[in-house]
Design a protein around this ligand. Structure first.
Ligand SMILES: C[S@@+](CC[C@H](N)C(=O)[O-])C[C@H]1O[C@@H](n2cnc3c(N)ncnc32)[C@H](O)[C@@H]1O
Length: 365
């Protein structure tokens, strides 16, 4: 900053600082991820690469500033991003020569860029590749990964899927290819595009279970440390089965039927009633979960009415359905209601396994 007659002015160098990212949100939520970036960094220059999902964004901040700000205030809808350090743009038709462009050209250029990066030699590397439909890479994303790994053989690096030292991220779009190298923490998620995958188990009761598995991994909640849980809107029993597996006693409230495998557990109590008409002991539970897929405000009121049964310091994990066109405002209103009910929001995030909803991780104070 310059001070001219006491008026602070931005120096040209500061106003020109920018960094570019490939950003990913759950399908249909890219506009909200863009809005989050706008709120955090001012104007955002962005190009959609996969409709509703993946976009390139240039932010008016250095890579350091962006990483610092995102770690201080984690976005809800931006699931994953990587810093673009190398970019190959398809020349305009008028600028192209008569010889058609082959993917070998940009791949050779990308490999040259990566081989020249002194951070990579001897490291444990995860190569994460993705592509848009009709992209400049004609094969599959897995084939692109293989081609890059082959091209980097001389680096004497170890290739890994998880727990790597560095991630090489590549996105092949229709008219451009983007790449960057960074530590896993810088990408918001160390999964490719933030798409965290769990293996479906034999006899798994519902896909909903993946949400709690993901909450456990992403929010770092040690579910096995709780003793007694209340599951509101529990049927068919995916969340309940997860909590039983973690060794908890579970009271599952739902007028609907639970899966027979869940009912077989001696640690389960099924209350086949509407959650608005149940009564428990004060401080009976140290964990409350609710995945009712219902009106967010009515859900918040119902959870608030049952909070006497959650011990102070207890944890609540609640999914909030995003109805209508203003999810940001809705989330603000609903989290305000929880806050008033003495639930402190620890994390609010649209998990990869959340469809039109977000997951709140809260603690009662
Ligand atoms: C999306 S499902 C829950 C899935 C569950 N979390 C699982 O993992 O299998 C929503 C459930 O909420 C229940 N529900 C809706 N309103 C309710 C209420 N007022 N009281 C209790 N359960 C309710 C429905 O009967 C339905 O079974």
């Amino acid at each position: 900053m310059n001070s001219d007659n006491g008026i602070l002015q931005e120096t040209p160098a500061e106003s020109e600082v920018s960094s570019k990212y490939i950003c990913t949100a759950n399908h249909g939520f890219a506009p909200y991820a863009q809005e989050e970036l706008r709120r955090a960094f001012g104007s955002v220059k962005s190009t959609l690469l996969v409709p509703g999902e993946v976009f390139a964004a240039t932010l008016k901040a250095s890579a350091f500033q962006v990483a610092e700000q995102l770690s201080r205030r984690e976005p809800m809808f931006l699931r994953h991003l990587f810093l673009v350090e190398w970019e190959w743009q398809l020349p305009n038709e008028s600028e192209r020569s008569d010889t058609p462009i082959t993917q070998g050209e940009w791949l050779a250029d990308l490999l040259q860029f990566l081989l020249a990066d002194s951070r990579l030699a001897g490291k444990k590397l995860a190569i994460q590749t993705r592509k848009a439909e009709g992209s400049l890479w004609s094969g599959s994303a897995a084939e692109l990964k293989d081609a890059i790994q082959e091209g980097l053989a001389e680096l004497d690096a170890e290739f890994a899927v998880r727990a790597s030292d560095l991630i090489v991220s590549v996105f092949a779009a229709k008219d451009a290819v983007y790449a960057g190298v960074n530590v896993p923490e810088a990408n918001l998620s160390d999964w490719n595009g933030g798409a965290i995958r769990f293996q479906r188990e034999e006899g798994q009761i519902s896909r909903a279970k993946f949400k709690l598995l993901e909450a456990e991994a992403v929010f770092g909640i040690d579910f096995a440390a709780f003793h007694e849980a209340l599951d509101i809107g529990a049927a068919p029993g995916g969340w309940t089965s997860f909590l039983l597996e973690r060794g908890l006693k579970v009271t599952a409230v739902d007028p609907a039927k639970l899966h027979p495998d869940v009912l077989a557990s001696p640690r389960l109590t099924h209350v086949r009633k509407n959650a608005a008409s149940v009564k428990f002991r004060e401080n009976q539970f140290d964990l409350l979960v609710c995945d009712m897929s219902w009106s967010p405000k009515l859900t918040a009121r119902m959870v608030a009415d049952l909070l006497y049964a959650l011990v102070p310091g207890g944890t609540a994990v609640v999914t909030v359905k995003l109805l209508g066109k203003k999810p940001m405002a809705l989330i603000q209103e609903v989290t305000g209601m929880f806050q008033e009910a003495r639930l402190q929001v620890q994390r609010a995030k649209q998990l990869f396994h959340n469809r039109d909803e977000i997951t709140l991780y809260m603690i009662k104070y």
